[in-house]
Design a protein around this ligand. Structure first.
Ligand code: NAD
Length: 489
């Protein structure tokens, strides 16, 4: 069992706040975690520890910082099954998805480990004679990192690993619903040799602990993933103290099916993108836009495949979709189902709880047909297994529908036409475009993030994700010999 509580200055500590009890969303009789939460004073202690550790940590050569991450990746690999099982018990996603998530996080630790050898600036020509001009990347300082519950392992990896290799120290607040999976990452980094104070984790409420981290003058770089209202508030607080900020927030991702698409693959893409992780991915397909000519056939196949999905405890290897994360999320999902019915959309699959799955938050994967751009189910992020279907007659109409929301995270197109695919890549208003594959997924070496109301600030992951935690210095060295005239700029 991983530690329950906070980790400050190299020690596991018990917070002074109220006791939090987290249940397994697939089995409400199982208490997964029970621990006293942290208060603002704990967050302040964590920030002080990170500030004190920064001069030491930034002086550690970047390749050595990277080696600690590489060691953490190796340790995590030996604990893969244990972490994935815990993740499933804590968050609900099926074990295969949990393993996939743990591997993605390990890839990120590995990638960022290697970046320790590549951190650096550029050497560029100068206008002046006998002058060497270059840029240097330096860590910003203490990073405040705040993550959601839906990727409790990989999302912290995406943020913490680049911050550490860049030379920042970290104050990390995981979502209160999933602190145990986050604790595994901290334990592993500690075992890999991370010095005390470099990474601190504070488990407490967003309103108190989160706000303390965000508003404190020492956290000069903030990385947030979560909902739009919280992200917007964080962005504002960051701007007030002139911090560098990145926020990755909601999505309402469209998957477009053209008349020449391979329909079997398209159905697989909708099922994987729409109902994988119970639809609780920021990149989940939540809108299906289908050409009128293939709509009847596609929906027939899709409804059959959706109705056959086995919803159950993610630890049961026959389950294909787990529960939703908690009572609040279930309530949100059910209320959107009522809203869609009220707005006149046609329920063609699911729409109710899965009674046979047991004592958990099990909802049937749900599909509504007849969504128009004016409907709330078309516009608003549900963050559950609820899909809205709309039809179109031309490519232009499909793009207008796809781009007709405030979000811009991911997208997918199914077609056999290279021309249509290339046009889609140009036209879609999204940070990520997938052709003939689901709207989901990210890789450690590739930047990840959205446009519009989904994302502000730099991309996560890849070289860009590491650079976010650095600031550039431009350097001029004049090497004219003494006695020679040196040019004034
Ligand atoms: P949330 O915004 O409720 O919480 C996210 C984190 O912010 C949690 O740790 C929470 O405790 C903290 N928080 C809450 N109030 C705070 C405050 N006032 N100050 C500082 N921190 C505060 O989001 P959630 O419900 O955990 O996650 C679901 C949301 O995350 C969805 O909208 C989803 O689309 C989004 N998400 C986006 C991406 C992406 O990359 N774009 C990835 C995953 C999830």
């Amino acid at each position: 069992m991983p530690h329950q509580g906070s980790y400050i200055n190299g020690a596991w500590v018990t917070g002074a706040g109220k006791v939090q009890r987290n249940l397994n969303p697939a089995d409400l009789a199982e208490v997964v975690a029970e621990f006293p939460t942290a208060r603002s004073a704990d967050a302040l202690a964590a920030i002080a520890a990170a500030e004190a550790a920064w001069p030491m940590w930034k002086a550690v050569p970047a390749p050595e910082r990277g080696r600690i991450l590489a060691r953490a990746a190796a340790i995590a690999r030996t604990r893969l099954d244990e972490i994935a099982t815990l993740l499933t018990r804590e968050e609900g996603k099926i074990l295969a998805e949990a393993k996939g998530e743990v591997i993605k996080g390990i890839n990120c630790l590995d990638f960022c480990g290697g970046q320790g050898y590549r951190l650096g600036g550029k050497v560029l020509p100068s206008e002046a004679v006998d002058t060497a001009a270059s840029t240097l990347r330096q860590p910003i300082g203490v990073a405040g990192i705040i993550t959601p519950w839906n990727f409790p392992w990989s999302n912290p990896c995406w943020k913490i690993a680049p911050a550490l290799v860049a030379g920042c120290t970290v104050v990390f607040k995981p979502a209160s619903a999933t602190p145990l999976t986050a604790s595994c990452l901290v334990e592993i980094l500690e075992e890999a040799g991370l010095p005390a104070g470099v990474l601190n984790m504070v488990v407490g409420s967003g309103a108190e602990v989160g706000e303390t981290i965000v508003t404190h003058p020492a956290t000069k770089v903030l990385s947030f993933t979560g909902s739009n209202p919280v992200g917007a508030r964080l962005y504002e607080s960051g701007a007030r103290k002139l911090a560098k900020v990145t926020c990755e927030m909601g999505g309402k991702n469209a998957l477009i099916v053209m008349p020449d698409a391979d329909l079997e693959r398209a159905v697989e893409g909708v099922i994987g993108g729409g109902f994988g992780s119970s639809g609780q991915r920021c990149t989940a397909t939540s809108r299906l836009l289908v050409h009128v000519d293939v709509k009847a056939r596609l929906l027939e196949m899709l409804v059959a495949a959706t109705s056959a999905l086995k919803v159950g405890n993610g630890l049961d290897p026959t389950s294909q979709m787990g529960p939703v994360v908690d009572q609040d999320q279930l309530h949100t999902d059910l209320s959107y189902i009522e809203i869609a019915k009220h707005e006149g959309l046609k329920l063609i699959a699911g729409g109710s709880m899965e009674a046979s799955a047991g004592n958990g938050y099990f909802l049937r994967p749900t599909i509504f047909d007849g969504a128009k751009a004016t409907h709330r189910l078309f516009q608003e992020e549900v963050f559950g297994p609820v899909l809205a279907v709309s039809e179109f007659t031309t490519y232009e109409e499909a793009i207008e529908l796809a781009n007709g929301v405030v979000f811009g995270l991911s997208s997918a197109l199914y077609t056999q036409s290279l021309v249509t695919a290339q046009r889609f890549i140009q036209d879609i208003h999204a940070g990520m475009a997938h052709v003939n594959e689901p709207s989901i997924g990210g890789e450690a070496q590739l930047p990840f993030g959205g446009v519009g109301c989904t994302g502000v600030g730099d991309r996560e992951m890849g070289e860009e994700g590491v650079n976010f935690f650095t600031q550039l210095k431009t350097v001029f060295i004049n090497y004219a010999r003494s006695g020679e005239r040196s040019m004034c700029r």
